[in-house]
Ligand binder design. Sequence first.
Ligand code: HEC
Ligand code: HEC
Length: 449
Amino acid sequence: MHPRIDLLLALALLAAAAWPLQAGDSDAAARGKKALETRAFTPSPWPFAAYDNVWKAWTPKLDKKPTDYDRAFREHYGLHAAPYENGKYPMGLRPGTFLLFKGLTTDCMLCHGGSILGKSYVGLGNSSLDIQAFFEDLNRTAGIARKLPHTFSNVRGTSEAGAMAVFLHSFRNPDLSLRLTTRHKWELKDDLCEDVPAWWLLKKKKTMYHTGGANSRSVRSIMQFMLTPNNSLATFETEEPVFRDIQAYILSLEAPKYPFPINAKLANTGRKLFVKNCAKCHGTYGEDWTYPNKVIPLKEIDTDPARYHGLPVALGEFYNESWFAKEKPAGYKSMQTAGYQAPPLDGVWATAPYFHNGSVPSLYHVLNSKARPKIFTRSFRTDEADYDKNNVGWKVQILRASPGTNVPGIERRKVYDTTQPGRGNGGHTYGDAFTDDERRAVVEYLKTL
Ligand code: HEC
Ligand code: HEC
């Protein structure tokens, strides 16, 4: 064959091979979206009536069911209207089954569905949720007397996802068979106060989770979120292709754009400061973006250490022997890293509060460590009235002291006390040497990402 024709043929074949691959990816993302919006991966613990009656467990006691109950329910627990068909339920709660019974269960969007300026997004971390009250109240209303096995949340907007993983893995052998009577006795720390990362950042990341401890392309790693004892190895194997689709969908998400006017001149001044002082860790933005995917040693970043130290080394070792690490073709092992990953900052205007523990309410405060509020509360609503356009983040009220233990949990958890374990707001002092004008410029630039 003529070499030219050979080459053309090869190119045509390549093009033909590449095309279905791309189409396949977007099909996978569409299937993943559908799976997230229509399916539950854990059995339903609660009868439908628990939703309708749970207001009777609220403090202060109500003498009748609130009008516009669905809204009252969302606001009480910090949930958000679903931007897809979900009946009367908010994102995160949906009908499911348990053996032959139908009832209510939770899904990924309980933590990974949020709203900002009155608009809901799948993939925006839920920084309003009181997951502790949500589980306690629904369990009580459903007549489930058992206490939660550990604290699910110490402070509103954060959860103890790490402790859940430690607890749920402790019932398993490496082949995922159950060990109900002899569970692993790993140390379980439930004061890590984890903020939920935005899903739209995953596509830039090579490693994920706050410490960068897992490969961001691991499908099985995110299947840990369906580790209730009722799910068997067979279920995990059946659902793996579904989670591959869910991952494709997560990788297709884009950050929302800042919807208010931006001072372009100020932002440009900020961009130069950012490139000089921040880009080496957080990358550059725009069409030719770069992202260095750096994990900064704890000593250097010096933000709260609890999350870093919070997951037992033995769990990592167990994980690496287990089904989770044996994904085809090469497997993805969990990794011990030296500190916290510097995340990409796309859409960062929408993801307050900041740092892995949500201890800093605004971008201005990220850049001025001495001015960070020590004890504060906020509305936990996400409307324009609650949004601080000046500092970029949530409006907060500063308090002089934390509420005492006589105050009901749901009220106590509304207060972020940075003197408490897991909630330190120190470290990341890279903006401290700026003047306030320089900080304002960098904040203006961050709005454009
Ligand atoms: C109880 C709340 C909660 C639920 C439910 C939940 N997640 Fe998460 N997710 C988190 C938290 C918190 C993190 C950060 C964990 C860390 O590093 O400390 C996270 C991290 C992730 C990450 C990594 C993000 C990154 O950039 O590092 C992915 C991907 C993810 N979750 C997917 C899922 C999927 C898919 C589901 C449903 C099957 C799910 N999650 C359910 C709370 C939750
Ligand atoms: C030496 C590396 C490094 C430098 C330099 C750096 N950062 Fe960071 N940044 C990090 C790390 C690591 C984190 C995560 C810390 C944590 O969550 O505990 C972070 C977190 C942040 C966050 C919070 C992100 C979120 O979603 O919670 C913002 C905003 C931020 N940095 C902005 C900046 C800006 C602006 C600059 C420049 C003035 C800067 N950073 C300089 C490493 C760095």
